[in-house]
Design a protein around this ligand. Structure first.
Ligand code: SAM
Length: 395
């Protein structure tokens, strides 16, 4: 389908939804009782997101927040509450019916929040050419929109352009575990359902990194639906536009604490657990960002860690037979590849089938934030016990 056709069909679909109030898309996780205290019903009825990018404590008072594909305005209004009367929220959408509803409700929300005037404006625009000045935004949010844009890489470049150096994004969207085949890509109805345009996790995160974002990682994920064996996941991702750094005269060092036995960061630097490495200012900036910071010891002197050190973190599998139950793990953390203590190699965005023992390992607190885990089989699989290796190690 030509790009213009996709955009027109998506816009028509959302214009129709906004005027009928039909239910679409996915569970979001909003606290609707709380939102009802200041957001009119008309807006809440046409909430078509797949997450809560403004509701995850990501928005700070006084910030300028941009919502790409703001729809009826639900996330803009949540952000309007978080930034306070001194902050500013800009919603962009291409569909007139959505803009009319959002604009009509902005003064009502401001009055409900006790603000002297609305801190939220809605602009007509398209995600890959946004009517927003360069370097003017602290935080970009978006809820189930970028999958609808025909050229996601252009959207990611636009996001990088409009963010201030030091800015960040928190975006909820639908992604897939495999490349969406052409017969679904050319299904016009499934574009509107946030399925046809879904990118594979590795392409989505990779596109963001190529646009200049760093430390791109998941903060929330869930399964959405599966069609013909392709699994669609709802993810919320964060990443940063770092300011330029000057090379420091003093040295600094990084030691990987774990739980991974080794990781490679987005700058291509590989770290082995316990072994200190001298790092430059750019690496230091990257490793100081959350959640990388929690994986490392950073400081002016090299620190070697031994397994007995309380700062060393390792999660070993239980010495039991494996059971294969159709679980897959996708590394979604801020690292591009990593290894665990059973020598499994994980590549960001690439699903790896895992057995019951590895499932146990990856669902523990230290690993859990870095993975999306889902089942590929349509029905539950009991599985049979398998001894994977003579030493009892994992597969
Ligand atoms: C799934 S709805 C989500 C709306 C809103 N974010 C929410 O959570 O309720 C998608 C919205 O994005 C808008 N949209 C889709 N593609 C767009 C694009 N390329 N540029 C601007 N807006 C777009 C649609 O008009 C629609 O309002």
């Amino acid at each position: 389908m030509p790009t213009d056709d996709i955009t027109q069909k998506v816009s028509d679909r959302y214009a129709r939804a906004a005027s009928t109030g039909e239910q679409m898309c996915c569970p979001t996780g909003y606290d609707f009782d709380d939102l009802k205290s200041f957001v009119p019903e008309e807006v809440l009825t046409i909430s078509y997101g797949c997450g809560t990018p403004a509701g995850l404590h990501t928005v700070q008072p006084g910030e300028t927040v941009l919502d790409i594909g703001s729809g009826g305005g639900i996330d803009c209004f949540e952000a309007a509450r978080c930034v306070g009367p001194g902050g500013h929220v800009i919603g962009i959408d291409m569909t007139d019916t959505m803009l009319e509803i959002a604009r009509r409700n902005a003064p009502i929300v401001a009055a409900n929040l006790g603000y002297p005037h609305s801190n939220t404006e809605f602009r007509k625009g398209i995600a890959d050419a946004m009517p927003v000045e360069d370097g003017s935004v602290d935080l970009i949010i978006s809820n189930c929109v970028i999958n609808l844009a025909p050229d996601k890489r252009k959207v990611f470049r636009e996001m990088f352009r409009v963010l201030k150096p030091g800015g960040r994004f928190t975006i909820s969207d639908i992604v897939s575990d495999q490349v969406v085949p052409q017969y679904l890509v050319h299904d016009a109805a499934k574009w509107g359902d946030c399925l046809s345009g879904a990118l594979q996790v590795q392409d989505y995160i990779g596109g963001m990194v190529d646009a200049g974002f760093r430390a791109v990682h998941q903060i929330k994920s869930g399964t959405w639906q599966s069609i013909d064996g392709i699994h669609f996941l709802s993810v919320t991702l964060t990443g940063y536009k770092f300011p330029a750094v000057a090379e420091e005269k003093t040295s600094s060092y990084a030691t990987l604490r774990g739980p991974f036995s080794s990781v490679t960061d987005e700058l291509g630097q590989r770290y082995e657990r316990g072994v200190p490495l001298s790092i430059n200012a750019q690496s230091a900036q990257l490793l100081q960002s959350e959640p990388l910071r929690s994986l490392f010891l950073l400081g002016p002197r090299p620190v070697s860690l031994a397994a007995a050190d309380p700062r060393w973190c390792a999660i070993l599998p239980e010495q039991l037979p494996c059971v294969w139950q159709s679980a897959y793990a996708i590394l979604t953390g801020p690292i591009i590849c990593a290894e665990d203590d059973d020598h499994h190699q994980y590549y960001r965005g690439v699903p790896l089938e895992i057995c019951s023992k590895t499932f146990q390992v990856l669902t523990q607190e230290a690993y859990r934030p870095h993975f999306t885990i889902y089942q590929r089989a349509a029905a539950g699989v009991d599985g049979t016990e398998v001894a994977c290796s003579p030493t009892g190690g994992c597969c």
